[in-house]
Every structure is written in structure tokens, then in C-alpha cells.
Design a protein around this ligand. Structure first.
Ligand code: ADP
Ligand code: MG
Length: 243
């Protein structure tokens, strides 16, 4: 066997590698004279097509972890590899491109624009990627249908319940067909039944579309839907279950 073929045989195809890998990631914040260690030597991997729950009490580092996974923030030390890109090496322009196409965020506070309809809110990321109008409308409908809100597409956020608003936010996150959905306490403002339904929806979307999701939650009742559970305490992984 030639050297070239040996190398080829050893190299795994990109789609079999983990979507995300973190090696010894730390994030420190300066807070006046003090230094706060929000993440302390975190190493993990997220396999494609999996639903990962990150839990831990308030202040344990969940938001910091998700922000670094999604290239919204950079670690103080360590390496992050997302879909073949070394996030710690690339420049700001490349980071922006990844934020627009590879990852999508869902937040606790929904983050919908009040004067826009559900369909227009969902269309925002498609505007940012300059998707032509007919394609934008088609995709907005497709993802609203996916979250069960096709008939609410002309409603504005205040005409929707909390659970429906979060479903619109999930549809918006999916509009650009991201690889990685990052949801930061997406059920934090919902009652437990609605929160469960939103978690179930994320689970079902991960199963039916080729999507990977990392969901931060402090609600232990929601983690049983996950393939993998990571528990953070004081910025460290103290427990990790699942493949
Ligand atoms: P969680 O999402 O689990 O509540 P965070 O990631 O928000 O945790 O915060 C982890 C730690 O980092 C906390 O101690 C928090 O106070 C601190 N922290 C987060 N963001 C900042 C910041 N911008 N400046 C200073 N400290 C921060
Ligand atoms: Mg948080």
C-alpha cells in the first residue's frame, strides 16, 4: 500500500467525525481585579445526529459553553473544532459565516421581533444569507409547518402563546438548515408541560432531520430525552453519560 493510500484509509470521512470537539477549553472573565473561571478545562465531543443535554445550576457555565460551541465567544485556552473548522484559528469573517450557516441559536427569551409576523421572523436568517424571496417564503413555510405553526404564520408574537413563540424561534433557527442547534434554557420561561412539549419537538426534529442539538437546561425532568447528558459544576464537567 502506498503512503498516500495508508493515509486515506486512516482518515475518517468528514461526516463520520464528531460534529464538534472541544479540547481543554477554558474561559476566564476579568471582573475588576478578580478573574472568574466560567469554564475550566472542558473536553467533550458531540456526535452528528445526537441530542445532548447540558445541565447544572445557575452560574455553572452552560451559557459560556454554548456560546463557545456556536462561535459567539472564544475560549481563553483550548481548541474547538466544529464541522472541520478549527474555530480558535479562523478570522472574524469566517466566524460570521459559520454563525449564519452552520449553527443556530434558540434562547430562553425567544428573541422574536414584535412588529414582524411569525413568517417574517423566520425569514430573518434567510435575508442575512441573501436567499431570494420565493425561496425564503417557501422555506419559512416549510419550517413553520415542521413546528406545527403553519396556520399561525401571519400572527405577530403578542398574538401567540409562550410555547408558540418558542416554536417560531425554533423554526427561525432551522430556516438556514444549520448543522448544530444550540438552545440555551429554551424552556426556562415556559410552564413545565409546555416546556416538555418544546423539548420533545427539539428531540423529534433531531431524529427526523439530519440535525445535532445541544440544549442547556437546569430542569432535570427534561434530560431524559437526550442521547447524552453532560453535567457542569463550577465550569467543569462532573458527569457525562451516553455515547
Ligand atoms: P450558566 O449559564 O450555567 O448560568 P454562565 O456561563 O452564564 O453560567 O456563567 C458562568 C460563570 O461565569 C458565572 O460565575 C458567571 O457569573 C460568570 N460570567 C459569565 N459571563 C460573564 C461576563 N461577561 N463577565 C464576568 N463574568 C461572567
Ligand atoms: Mg445561562
Amino acid at each position: 500500500m502506498t503512503a498516500e493510500r495508508t493515509e486515506g484509509a486512516l482518515r475518517e470521512p468528514a461526516d463520520r467525525q464528531p460534529l464538534l470537539e472541544m479540547h481543554d477549553v477554558s474561559r476566564e472573565y476579568r471582573d475588576g481585579p478578580q478573574t472568574v473561571t466560567a469554564l475550566d478545562n472542558v473536553s467533550l465531543r458531540v456526535n452528528r445526529g445526537s441530542l445532548v443535554a447540558v445541565h447544572g445550576r445557575s452560574g455553572s457555565g452552560k451559557t459560556t459553553l454554548l456560546n463557545i460551541m456556536g462561535a459567539l465567544d472564544r475560549p481563553t485556552a483550548g481548541r474547538v473544532r466544529l464541522d472541520g473548522h478549527e474555530l480558535t484559528d479562523i478570522d472574524e469573517a469566517a466566524t460570521v459565516a459559520i454563525r449564519r450557516t452552520t449553527v443556530a441559536f434558540v434562547f430562553q427569551a425567544f428573541g422574536l421581533i414584535p412588529i414582524l409576523t411569525a413568517e417574517e421572523n423566520v425569514g430573518i436568517p434567510l435575508r442575512l444569507t441573501k436567499t431570494p424571496v420565493p425561496e425564503r417564503e417557501r422555506r419559512a413555510r416549510e419550517v413553520l409547518e415542521l413546528v406545527g405553526l403553519a396556520d399561525r404564520r401571519h400572527h405577530r408574537p403578542h398574538e401567540l402563546s409562550g410555547g408558540e413563540q418558542q416554536r417560531v424561534a425554533i423554526a427561525r433557527a432551522l430556516a438556514n438548515h444549520p448543522q448544530l442547534l444550540l438552545a440555551d434554557e429554551p424552556t426556562g420561561q415556559l410552564d413545565s408541560r409546555t416546556g416538555r412539549a418544546v423539548m420533545q419537538l427539539i428531540h423529534d426534529i433531531v431524529r427526523t432531520r439530519s440535525l445535532t442539538a445541544v440544549v442547556a437546561t437546569h430542569d432535570p425532568a427534561l434530560i431524559d430525552l437526550a442521547d447524552r447528558v453532560i453535567e457542569l459544576r463550577d465550569g467543569r464537567i462532573v458527569d457525562q453519560r451516553g455515547p
